[in-house]
Design a protein around this ligand. Structure first.
Ligand code: GLO
Ligand code: MG
Length: 344
């Protein structure tokens, strides 16, 4: 019997809707309701930005931050939930507008490192050791505004500072090639793993792969996952989907490319990802104009589709596929895959 998958979500996956050109379309959802939804939908892990766990942490002394994070842990315990990771949210603060770690402003760079260390404190108090580093604004809109050589060194310094903040902390870098910046400094899994390998403690640096981010980089998410899995570095996933090279859509897993979703599930199955204890997260958002009453259906659907695809991966006609491969009949392989996906 294969190990069961563990699922997680972040509070930003249940939100107010709207696009950048319109007003909110749904009321804000309280954190208690996020926790209730997680429990109802069978999600065991909660993903946090540092200030999701401790609002206003910028204005609190370290001891208070720790105390509030401990209170949050109690709320999780009471609901039978656990914290999966904490991510320093540098990109929504005035010091982070030009990138934190790679900002051209020394004050902002110092702030980014300090804030990241506080995020490690929050994680430890929540009882989790995983820090997610999504380098949102670490890049450029005007390419000549930063030196990429300096920026790579600064990213490495940031990784080392986080590793140094606690001997228990592990980092999962979540690369994204663009948005909100035009050119991000850590755009792919290859970049993330290369940086991790040069860090002070490579064993504590891995990756989180988001399907949409790989697609935006013109890459196949299942190949990105395979590359990280081969290195034992896939420590979380943000499954979702993306209709081509547009804005980051965060649609339901499998909504744009069901076969691509199947390939992602299949590679997780092939690697025994569930046995590692790592979570399956869905970085999905409800349709921008969805009414509040069913604005969590995107989470339920993503999880249901994932589980259907696990069945499809487990019932895949491996022998038939192997024969097609052995006889170099790729047309027959194509047909085998499509017929399997379409079968009842
Ligand atoms: C945005 C990212 C974002 C991160 C989250 C955790 O494109 O996917 O949602 O996953 O902030 O750092
Ligand atoms: Mg994500």
């Amino acid at each position: 019997m294969a190990t069961a998958y563990r699922f997680s979500i972040g509070p930003w996956n249940i939100g107010r809707g709207a696009d950048p050109f319109g007003p909110p379309v749904r009321p804000a959802v309280s954190f208690d309701d996020v926790l209730k939804t997680a429990v109802q939908l069978g999600f065991e892990g909660i993903q946090f930005h540092d200030d999701d766990a401790v609002p206003d942490l910028e204005n609190l002394p370290p001891a208070r931050i720790e105390a509030e994070a401990k209170e949050m842990k109690k709320r999780l315990d009471d609901n039978g939930l656990v914290a999966e990771f904490v991510a320093p949210r540098l990109w929504e603060h005035e010091h982070g507008i030009d990138g934190g770690y790679t900002s051209n402003c020394a004050t902002a760079r110092k702030w980014a490192i300090e804030r990241s260390k506080r995020a490690v404190d929050v994680a430890m108090a929540l009882g989790c050791d995983l820090i997610v580093m999504w380098p949102a604004r670490e890049g450029t809109a005007v390419r000549e505004s930063k030196n990429p050589i300096t920026a790579s060194a600064q990213m490495l310094d940031a990784i080392n500072a986080i590793l140094g903040a606690s001997p228990k902390a592990r980092i999962a870098i979540e690369p994204k090639p663009n948005e909100p910046v035009d050119h991000a400094f850590v755009p792919t899994i290859g970049h993330a793993l290369a940086l991790g390998a040069r860090s002070a403690d490579p064993a504590r640096v891995g990756v989180l792969i988001e399907s949409a981010h790989a697609i935006l980089a013109g890459l196949d998410p299942s190949d990105e996952m395979g590359f990280a899995l081969a290195a034992g570095k896939l420590w979380s996933v943000h499954l979702n989907d993306q209709n081509g090279l547009k804005f980051d859509q965060d649609t339901v897993f499998g909504a744009a490319n069901l076969r691509g979703a199947f390939d992602q599930v299949r590679v997780l199955e092939q690697a025994g990802y569930a046995d590692t204890g790592a979570f399956v997260g869905f970085d999905v958002k409800a349709q921008r104009t969805q009414k509040a009453a069913s604005a969590t259906a995107h989470l339920a659907t993503s999880k249901a589709i994932f589980l259907r695809l696990v069945e499809k991966a487990r019932s895949f006609p491996e022998k038939q596929a192997a024969e097609c491969i052995a006889s170099r009949d790729y047309e027959a392989l194509e047909r085998t895959v499509l017929e399997h996906l379409l079968s009842a």
